[in-house]
Design a protein around this ligand. Sequence first.
Ligand SMILES: Cc1ncc(C[n+]2csc(CCOP(=O)(O)OP(=O)(O)O)c2C)c(N)n1
Ligand SMILES: [Mg+2]
Length: 684
Amino acid sequence: MVTKDIALEGYRLMSTAKSLTELYEANKSVCSKYVHATSRGHEAIQIACGLQLKPQDFVFPYYRDDSILLSIGMTPFQLMLQVLAKRNDPFSGGRTYYSHPSLKDDDKPKIPHQSSATGMQAIPATGVAMGIQHKEKLGLAEDYNGENPVVVCSLGDASCTEGEVSEAFQMAVLKKMPIIYLVQDNEWDISASAEETRAQDITHYAKGFKGMGVRTIDGTNFQESYDTFNEVIAIVRKERRPFIIHAKVPLLNHHTSGVRMEFYRHDKEELAEAWSKDPFPKLKQALKDQFKVKDFELIAIENKAKEQVAKDYELALAEEDPRSEDLTTHMFAPTPVTQEKGERTPAGKNKTVMVDSALFAIREIMAKHPESLLYGQDVGARIGGVFREAATLAQQFGDDRVFNTPIQEAFIVGSTVGMSAVGLKPIVEVQFADYIWPGLNQLFTEVGRSYYLSNGKWPVSMILRVPIGAYGSGGPYHSSSVESIVTNIRGVKVAYPSTGADLKGLMKAAYYDPNPVVMLEHKGLYWSKIKGTEGAMTVEPDEDYIIPFGKARTVLEAPKQDNSVAIITYGMGVYWSLAAEKNFKGQVEIIDLRTLNPLDEEAMYDAAKKHNKILIVTEESVECSFSLGLVARIQKNCFEYLDAPVEIIGSVDTPAIPLNSTLEATLLPNADKVGEALKSLLKY
Ligand SMILES: Cc1ncc(C[n+]2csc(CCOP(=O)(O)OP(=O)(O)O)c2C)c(N)n1
Ligand SMILES: [Mg+2]
């Protein structure tokens, strides 16, 4: 039940939020330099939520949630640092928009980074709930004296039609996660109305998700909102199951400072109706009727809020802007792995296939680190991955640490943001590189940007394993190469090992790296079944063996001489090159990049300076590719040393890799094609 003190605190916060909206509007030439939205109309439900969250809880407010931020204890000054994109903006240091928070203060609920992409936060938020649940199951959870943490994921009504929201809901009900989805239903989707954009509101939609608790409330009524949150939070703290709180609210301010109401809200009746639901006079009246608070006391609260907001605005205006040198801080969190260590080739061991080297690496990681987990499609006990790349792991570490997910690549990838935020270390898989696409949005929008946009607060430590590459008529949907796309996503490291020893050493480095890592694992090398790829089988390095990212491997050294070529390659390219080299003995050096981001530029330039001719060998087609970027770098940095243009051998440029084996073979590079290129380079 709402006490007088709580209602008064609610009124103080509501007055503050209203003053913010009014001040931004009155000073729009300054405050709208950077786009912002405010909570005007949505304040009651937001304050009811924020006031009841504890420091162990997690909350994902969206761009309209400045009242949530005020009610968890942020000051108007702090919020204004963001509206003005100032250096000391506590969330992002001026990197992202107003009310796009990320926070890790001890005394407040935690806010991992979330993007501006509508609805996408549902997956990272549900990932947090999944992480909390796993910590509880695995005995890793902190003791909160019965007050177990909950997650609140705030969503606009229109954002719920995004497909990724349904992936999150599915997982939340499937696993009974401790999460509350707060849906603020103002019936607007910028200028599109609810009738235009949805067949049902969220309560009806939720019926498709068995076990989802639902409460629909008047989100303008502070007491009802507070009581509902109070009840639902208590249930979720105890029973650990998901809820939707569907709050009906009016939108009283512009969609954003840039998309203004006068552009699209011409219906006077609709506007009048919206204003009739304003939560501010409602709470004021309730304070007078229920708690007998006098008018003058309420006016004093309003005036104090206005004064504070005005004062904070002056202070915020005087704050420093980001400096240009701030631009490139927090690109990657520093990794502890900077040197190759351990025994790469321990004596007395037989060679193992590459897929097992990966398996052994993960087995050692999981045995040593209780916070590590592995999930993806079919990786669970029954099969241990379609390539058996996770075989026996579930048996050894249990179904809570190694488990199957539904076919939800977005969830698999994006949930790592949340898992990592609670201190777990997720290792996840997409089944084939061809199916990374539904997960790419999360990789780009949420995973890759978290560390940078939270100004260093929320690195996402995860490994995404991706079986990749063409062999044996995999056809158009089980063969593709994706490195040009993945390396384009900043904030993500990318490895592409070509031997078991490298895969094991890099997997370890990926695990200890605080940043997200994509491991591209060529499925044609997994078992060395293709003739000429026997070199991918290696003696398994010892447990301590680790390879830093950004260090290429010399596969084959050639002496400096009058006419020679260095091949720069990775993945299957290593083996096409080795086969081709047989006809040019001693004239060809082969460098395996091993990681594509970071890239060992020094190794490339040293090779160019030594041999003066460079051939890049890639499995990708060449148009708009990662390899073209390598060519540009080498030509720019080693122009004076080159005796021939840098050449690339890649696949034939088609929209897909065809199924038929003749067509596949015609498309892919091979030793002959590499040999032809070597011949003409040597002749040049
Ligand atoms: C993925 C994505 N698509 C489009 C947009 C542009 N956009 C920003 S807000 C918005 C409307 C969202 O409406 P709703 O979720 O109901 O929230 P409201 O603004 O009404 O509170 C749209 C389409 C976006 N930010 N992200
Ligand atoms: Mg809306």
